[in-house]
Design a protein around this ligand. Structure first.
Ligand code: WT7
Length: 649
């Protein structure tokens, strides 16, 4: 961490949506009178029936209730498309850059987007999808993924996008959890020159689902797939004959727009449910202010639409603002490590938003891949997903930004819908590694982890919670409001608990120190240790498993698995590979353990609770800080684990 600060340049300030005085005034206003503030800013989107009430929220355990603009009606797709047609029908809405740089890019105008989304919406209607029903989207990063999301929004269906890197089992669990009526997928997802067989995965998943689930397939690569009559539907063929008119359905502000599954510290992934009105207002407003987006700019968020970052900052925020948003199908290092920068040059990208893990990975290739590209169009750089280390920040700043561009380090979560702590580039002096200050309407507090009391000193540390609601907040866990309350409102009464630890410095800047629960952050993606553990113990040879995070040069955190084998099973490299493969098929490649350590025994208390604190320290090679081990049922297992750890890299 460094104390150096980077104030915005006077030129940037002059053209920005908010300078420091404006940020301060707006933030103050948002704290003093949230109803008045959001009542005003809620008007940035079009309402069919305007709202008369603004905020109706309660964080009290047992009666948690979050409603914004509750008597307003709107249609999200109409806000992202129709309302722009008169002024910018011929402007590019989506630039699609395919995996293979030789394949021509597509420029989809707002008029064309309107046509495609309407046709896709009519296809969904023809399949019997009704308002409020769930549609799973398991797609490559292609424009059809955006059409599918917006088509759902248009007819009032609730979408749940499942990242294409998830396995058939993970997909089936999500289809079943939300009782989806339809699955939209594609034949194959090309990424980095390789193809993920999405349709085959979907076939495997659907074996575990109701036979009523229809499978809508986008023929993207034309790769050969099996075809099940009466279940599989060729979407593109149907879109061709479908009507290009599909009136947007008026939805209530609080009607769910989407569900997105995310890992927690316990149990199966949670279906994070977002609203239509509050979510859209918040996604659009953060997109405009955080990135200082101006009409005509080309905005590129490198995330996948399978994550919330892709929802809020590839699709909903940018399109609600009438932006040009870039969708990239590929990976940063294909065909080589200059791909990101070539795409920036090719499409004259103005704002570029990526994850620290990508920056670290590219940094390893040196400066040439960057400096050989013309990056003069760039006005701003952003990061998201995990704390950014000073080396990566400096490289991003010096080499990509040539020392001239503001960097916005945005802290937020699937649960928050949009940015929560972030610099505003014309207002906030940045400090490398700090997500700086709250966005309008966000009231962060630092709590004492034990007492739950607010640490009122400016300079302090503890756990990060939010004291009051904001419009983009998740509304519930799909089908399990009790779990929602238990997960976020039970540990610290009266607050929304983020699960992150943080420090606040003398200037009131926030520094996220990472998760304080059993969630690890692998390459900016959240993974529940419990999920990986239950996958491991489902293997016949495994008796017990404990999973923790450990520092990883590129990924931020890696997955470290301690595995106790069944009696009589001998450890071997073959078994290690088999377990890795097993986890890949149970959850997906992102959950594959980076290190597996054979553990003859695990450190447990006398009541049988695994002491993860000790396992974390051992994984971090920090043997001197194990703390009190005297409460262990068998303290000798620790020595054995340390010895095994030392024999590893
Ligand atoms: C967790 C949320 C919504 C962003 C994508 C990840 C970590 C996120 C930052 C940041 C430090 C960050 C936190 C958070 N995180 N952004 N700028 N600095 N940590 O969404 O999968 O819901 O994960 O990502 O630990 O709790 P997610």
């Amino acid at each position: 961490m460094t104390d150096k600060t980077y104030p915005p340049s006077p030129e940037f300030v002059a053209n920005s949506h908010a300078d420091k005085a404006k940020y301060d005034a707006m933030y103050q206003a948002s704290m003093q009178d949230p109803d008045a503030f959001w009542g005003e800013h809620g008007k940035r989107i079009d309402w069919i029936e305007p709202y008369s009430k603004v905020k109706n929220t309660d964080f009290t355990l047992g009666q948690v209730n979050i409603k914004w603009f509750e008597d307003g009606t709107l249609n999200v797709a109409a806000n992202c498309i129709d309302r722009h047609l008169e002024t910018r029908g011929d402007q590019t809405a989506i630039i699609f850059e395919p995996d293979d740089p030789e394949t021509p890019a597509q420029h989809i105008t707002y008029n064309q987007l309107h046509d495609k989304v309407n046709r896709m919406a009519n296809v969904l209607l023809s399949q019997g999808v009704m308002r409020g029903e769930r549609v799973i989207i398991y797609m490559p990063m292609i424009p059809e993924a955006a059409y599918a999301m917006l088509a759902c929004a248009r007819i009032g269906a609730i979408h749940s996008v499942v990242f294409a890197g998830f396995s058939p089992d993970a997909l089936a669990n999500r289809i079943n959890d939300c009782q989806a009526k339809v699955l939209i997928t594609a034949d194959e997802a090309p990424r980095g020159g390789r193809k993920t067989p999405l349709k085959s995965n979907a076939d495997a998943a659907l074996l575990h689902c109701s036979d009523k689930v229809r499978c809508l397939v986008v023929k993207h690569t034309g790769g050969q797939t099996t075809w099940i009559e009466d279940r599989d539907v060729d979407v593109l063929a149907l879109m061709e004959t479908a009507s290009p008119d599909c009136p947007p359905r008026p939805m209530n502000a609080e009607d769910p727009l989407f569900i997105l599954y995310t890992s927690g510290s316990t149990g199966k992934p949670k279906g994070v449910q977002h609203s239509s009105g509050g979510y859209l207002v918040y996604a659009a407003m953060t997109h405009q202010y955080t990135f200082d987006y101006h009409d005509g700019d080309v905005f590129w968020c490198t995330a996948d639409v399978g994550w919330v970052t892709g929802h809020s900052y590839i699709i909903y925020g940018p399109l609600a603002n009438g932006a040009t948003t870039l969708m990239f199908e590929g990976v940063p290092t294909y065909p080589d490590a200059s791909r990101f920068w070539q795409v920036c040059e090719k499409h004259k990208v103005n704002q570029f938003y990526t994850a620290p893990t990508a920056i670290r990975a590219l940094m390893a290739y040196g400066n040439d891949p960057v400096t050989t590209c013309d990056l003069s169009s760039l006005k701003l750089l952003g990061t998201v997903g995990e704390p950014i280390n000073p080396e990566a920040w400096n490289w991003y700043n010096d080499v990509v930004g040539k020392g001239k561009l503001p960097i916005v380090d945005t802290w937020w979560q699937t649960e928050t819908g949009g940015h929560m702590l972030t610099p505003l580039p014309g207002a906030t002096a940045t400090k490398p590694g700090s997500a700086t200050l709250p966005f309008f309407g966000v009231k962060p507090v630092v709590l004492d982890p034990q007492s739950g009391e607010e640490n009122v000193d400016v300079e302090t540390d503890g756990v990060l919670a939010i004291a009051d609601s904001w419009p983009g907040q998740m509304r519930t866990i799909y089908g399990d409001h009790e779990r929602f309350e238990k997960t976020y409102f039970a540990d610290y009464k009266g607050y929304f608990f983020s699960g992150d630890g943080c420090r606040r410095d003398e200037d009131g800047y926030y520094w996220i120190t990472g998760r304080v629960d059993d969630v690890i952050n692998v390459s900016g993606h959240r993974m529940g240790t419990a999920e990986v553990e239950s996958a491991l113990v489902a293997h016949v040879d495994v008796a017990e498993a404990a999973v923790v995070g450990y520092p990883h040069d590129i990924k931020g955190q890696g997955i470290y698995a301690y595995v106790t084998l069944m009696n009589g099973v001998e450890p071997s490299d073959e078994l290690r590979k088999d377990l890795e493969k097993w986890v890949r098929t149970e959850i997906g490649p992102i959950a594959k353990p980076d290190l597996i350590q054979w553990a003859p025994g695990l450190p447990k208390t006398r009541s049988g609770k695994i002491m993860r604190r000790i396992l974390r320290k051992i994984a971090e090679n920090d043997f001197d800080a194990l703390g009190d081990t005297s409460t262990l049922a068998d303290p000798s297992v620790v020595d054995e684990l340390i010895e095994n750890r030392m024999n590893k890299k």
